[in-house]
Write a protein that binds this ligand. Structure first.
Ligand code: NI
Length: 136
């Protein structure tokens, strides 16, 4: 374990301290370690890496043709879609979470296609490595 000093503007440090307190970190070092690990992981993921991720969509199911288009896109990429959860949020809005796995570039493309559809109000893709980092 090495120690190093970090210079930060007061205001930034105050916001950081507040943020890590809310997240339940015991100290700054713990929080910094997680931030650095997360940052390194993002750099490590290249477009050929196999990733697992979730795509969260909120959409109005009354939008003409939207449900059919979402289905069609997922059928065209059936190898990448592992599972899907559909919740009827209210009279108009649906929440869908699709669990995806595949080449990073393909997962991004698949998510972009769905998020771009008319009637999709919110879309967020998150992904991470599958745990077989040494094979990538
Ligand atoms: Ni629904």
């Amino acid at each position: 374990m090495k120690r190093f000093g970090v210079s930060l503007p007061d205001e930034l440090l105050e916001k950081f301290d507040l943020s890590i307190k809310e997240k339940g970190y015991a100290n700054r070092s713990e929080a910094l370690r997680d931030l650095i690990r997360d940052s390194l992981l993002k750099d490590q993921i290249n477009s050929d890496a196999i990733v697992a991720g979730t795509l969260t969509l909120v959409f109005d199911h009354h939008t003409p043709d939207l449900s059919r288009k979402l289905d069609e896109i997922q059928h065209n990429h059936h190898g990448s879609v592992l599972s899907k959860l559909h919740i009827h949020l209210d009279h108009h809005n649906c929440l869908e979470v699709a669990v995806l796995k595949g080449k990073c570039s393909e997962i991004r493309k698949l998510a972009d296609l769905m998020v771009a559809l008319r009637g999709v109000k919110h879309g967020k893709l998150t992904f991470t490595l599958t745990g077989n980092d040494s094979h990538q």
